[in-house]
Design a protein around this ligand. Structure first.
Ligand SMILES: C[S@@+](CC[C@H](N)C(=O)[O-])C[C@H]1O[C@@H](n2cnc3c(N)ncnc32)[C@H](O)[C@@H]1O
Length: 278
């Protein structure tokens, strides 16, 4: 997971390739959250689901498998991640993946009656405009279910990464587009209501972000954090002893979160549910 001030370049080009390469470890990192999110999304039947910021496609693929007569449209700005999603869904004729900014994506005649996202909705420069646009593309009875991190202060994994590397300042404005932009419940409520969504429900979920697992869990977790996200960016900018010291501090922090053969960092998120209030 990347840190604040995330722009499109975080998901495309060289960094996008790293995310695409790491899709298995990223899916794993979401741990039990995925099951909760999919259960909430499929609590009612759907005809067409729109997966915003679908990335490498795990949520789209789950929905398409669970509901073969329904259609699933995954939308993302990263060609690299979409290529992985398309390959993974090659045997699913009801899953389609499109390169598009979700704030401008146009629905065909079969309008989505479900909008879903796993951590893909916190990156819009103008979230009210983006959610308003989405509300105009979906059917009048549409439901929406998405997950997003709660505030940075409630996410120990981010706090500890920052303190270990002490080069990862939080943005002055916690609402800056990025992983923690949707941490404040009142702020998200205001955005969604202004964009036409109602019947809002916020379920607070605490989960273990799985960073590494197996006999070499520590090496696994270290290499994951060195490959993508804020630690990777910070450490890539270092060299020599500074780099060695940073990696050593990172390993000590990760080891302190060992649970058996897993390294699991405490993470906190919302599952937000809404319906179109038209
Ligand atoms: C944290 S990743 C989550 C990916 C995926 N949902 C998952 O759970 O594996 C955020 C995703 O949102 C995508 N994204 C960011 N801004 C977007 C936008 N405006 N429209 C569509 N996708 C966007 C990124 O390319 C990235 O794949």
């Amino acid at each position: 997971m990347s840190d604040a001030s995330v722009s499109g370049s975080e998901w495309t080009g060289k960094t996008g390739k790293s995310w695409a390469h790491e899709w298995q470890r990223t899916d794993r990192s979401f741990g039990p959250l995925t099951e909760r999110l999919v259960a909430a999304a499929t609590a009612e039947p759907f005809d067409h689901a729109l997966d915003i910021g679908c990335g490498a496609g795990e949520i789209s693929i789950s929905l398409a498998r669970m509901s073969p007569a329904s259609q699933v449209s995954g939308v993302d700005i990263s060609e690299e991640l979409l290529a992985v999603a398309r390959e993974r869904a090659a045997d699913l004729p009801n899953a389609h993946f499109t390169l598009a900014d979700a704030s401008q994506w146009i629905a065909s005649d079969r309008r989505p009656d479900l909008v879903v996202s796993r951590h893909g909705v916190m990156f819009f420069d103008d979230p009210v405009a983006a959610f308003s646009h989405v509300s105009r593309q979906v059917s009048p009875d549409a439901r929406m279910v998405f997950s997003c991190f709660r505030e940075r202060s409630e996410n120990l994994w981010a706090q500890e990464l920052s303190s270990v590397l002490d080069v990862l300042p939080a943005p002055a404005d916690p609402r800056t587009p990025g992983p923690f932009a949707f941490g404040e419940r009142d702020y998200v409520t205001a955005i969604l209501e202004e964009a036409g969504w109602g019947a809002l429900r916020f379920d607070a979920i605490d989960y273990g972000m799985v960073a590494g697992e197996g006999p070499d869990a520590l090496d696994d977790a270290t290499s994951y954090f060195l490959r993508i996200g804020p630690a990777a960016r910070a450490i890539a900018a270092m060299s020599g002893e500074e780099r060695d010291r940073a990696i050593s501090r990172l390993r000590t922090m990760l080891e302190s979160h060992r649970k058996g053969d897993r390294i699991e960092l405490p993470a906190s998120c919302w599952i937000v549910s809404a319906t179109l209030a038209r």
